[in-house]
Design a protein around this ligand. Structure first.
Ligand code: NAG
Ligand code: NAG
Ligand code: NAG
Ligand code: NAG
Length: 186
């Protein structure tokens, strides 16, 4: 009789233990209320010069990359590009775009962007949005998809509307306006 009680007691303890483990495994993560934020900044690309913001790191054998053939199929570039408050390259830097641009177009220039837009000032200092998107770099107006983010943009989703304001092929300077619409929780 005592033995049986003890067994039942042990079984009950085991059951409680397992239930505790299960409930811990399902710990609820609360996201809070969803909100929409609009951000506007300018991507200050400089392809030439002493401190290019984009560097070619790989290209297919026998391929020439130059001003008239910027993004041959298979080329991979790494970028670290300042984001400024205004169109003027000397205006306040509010973040950095850091990531990869991969040329994926067989017949015409087409890239895929894998970029972390990290903010370094204001309300979103320390937060970032993650872009993973097709990017038709030669088109004046484009849209990129936001697939996530860090900090205040944790679990973000959204899109970025791009408009190229300025291009100088000789100097390699390209300025692209970015209007961000991002859905997030913090
Ligand atoms: C760029 O490279 C292509 C292919 O090699 C060549 O035909 C063209 O003349 C080059 N253009 C410039 C501006 O260097
Ligand atoms: C942004 O955050 C970093 C790290 O917390 C801090 O060092 C820096 O001063 C902040 N910059 C601005 C402009 O608030
Ligand atoms: C970004 O928004 C501003 C004003 O909010 C507007 O004037 C501009 O045309 C927009 N640009 C793009 C690329 O959506
Ligand atoms: C483009 O850049 C070159 C080289 O820096 C410069 O000489 C030229 O004036 C620029 N063109 C325009 C339209 O700004």
């Amino acid at each position: 009789m005592n033995n049986r009680r003890m067994k039942n007691g042990i079984l009950l303890l085991l059951l409680l233990f397992v239930l505790t483990l299960i409930s811990l495994g399902h710990a609820h993560y609360s996201l809070g209320k969803e909100k929409v934020t609009h951000l506007r900044f300018f991507y200050q690309e400089n392809l030439n010069g002493d401190h290019p913001t984009t560097v070619l790191v790989a290209k297919p054998k026998g391929t020439t990359v130059n001003a008239s053939n910027l993004a041959p199929f298979g080329a991979v570039s790494v970028l670290d590009t300042p984001l400024t408050e205004g169109q003027d390259p000397n205006s306040k830097v509010v973040g950095q775009a850091q990531g990869l641009s991969v040329s994926v177009g067989q017949d015409k220039p087409m890239s895929v962007f894998m970029v972390d837009f990290g903010f370094t000032s204001g309300e979103f200092n320390g937060s970032s949005i993650s872009v993973l998107s097709r990017n038709p770099i030669l088109e004046t107006d484009r849209e990129l998809a936001i697939v996530g983010g860090r900090g205040k943009f944790r679990m973000a989703r959204g899109f970025v509307n791009l408009h190229r304001n300025y291009i100088n092929v000789t100097s390699g300077v390209v300025i692209v306006e970015h209007n961000v619409t991002v859905f997030h929780y913090e």
